[in-house]
Design a binder for this molecule. Structure first.
Ligand SMILES: Nc1ncnc2c1ncn2[C@@H]1O[C@H](COP(=O)(O)OP(=O)(O)O)[C@@H](O)[C@H]1O
Ligand SMILES: [Mg+2]
Length: 224
């Protein structure tokens, strides 16, 4: 489903070249649950941005569902990003003035699904992530773990082929973080492909496959 071959990405900072990704090759099959672990500054977010079609590599090949990304138009890229990828971020990225169900409805309404129908779908996903009864709560009225569940429901509502999670437990305590990983594990058992980025080994270990990133280089650590 995902094929990266010899991907390089550099940033120039103060006249100096930083190799954020250095010849990275990496494949992910449909239905896999992979953790990418590495310390701060190792290139995790750069990799996530490339995988999520938010950024383009300087060199190398990225094939997503048989589409060669470097040949794709901007329109194709944004369409693929919207349809195929569900993002989950450390800081949840919920819209603060919308309640839980409205946050989940947003991507559905973008797809032209009518309000009543999107409400029904959103409430099913909130129930799936364990938030039945919290539909009308604003983000500020929910705990961190609950806010991240809303973000997961929102990602799932788009019916993505891949969930890309960048440090999804980074703002959570260890108990809440474990509960969130239980949820991701359950979703993966139901067939959801998940790529999770973290600097926390206890989080990474919850996935059947672990890949380590260090100074922009990728190493396979534990294979499923
Ligand atoms: N937009 C940018 N401009 C300059 N340097 C960047 C930029 N984004 C990332 N970097 C550098 O690339 C390296 C990898 O960063 P990043 O992918 O954010 O790491 P991580 O997410 O693992 O902390 C770091 O050295 C970082 O400073
Ligand atoms: Mg990062």
């Amino acid at each position: 489903m995902i094929k990266l071959k010899n991907i390089c990405k550099s940033f120039i900072l103060g006249g100096e070249e930083i190799k954020a990704l250095d010849n990275v090759s990496f494949n992910v099959k449909k239905g896999e649950f992979v953790s990418i672990i590495g310390p701060s500054g190792s290139g995790k977010s750069t990799l996530m941005n490339i995988l999520g079609l938010l950024d383009i590599a300087d060199k190398g090949e990225y094939i997503l569902d048989n589409v060669e990304i470097k040949n794709a138009s901007d329109n194709t890229l944004s369409e693929m990003r919207n349809k195929k990828i569900g993002f989950i971020f450390q800081n949840f990225n919920l819209l603060p003035k919308l309640n839980a169900i409205e946050n989940v409805q947003v991507p559905l309404m973008y797809r032209g699904i009518k309000r009543e129908e999107s409400k029904k779908i959103a409430s099913e996903y909130l129930e799936k992530v364990g938030l039945k009864g919290r539909e009308k709560h604003l983000p500020t009225q929910l705990s961190g773990g609950q806010q991240q569940r809303v973000a997961i429901a929102r990602a799932l509502a788009g019916n993505p082929e891949i969930i890309l999670a960048d440090e999804p437990t980074g703002a959570l305590d260890s108990k809440t973080s474990n509960e969130l990983m239980d949820l991701l594990e359950k979703l993966n058992k139901e067939g959801q492909t998940i790529i999770l980025i973290t600097h926390d080994i206890n989080v990474a270990k919850r996935a059947p496959r672990i890949v380590r990133i260090s100074d922009g280089k990728l190493y396979e650590e534990k294979e499923a």
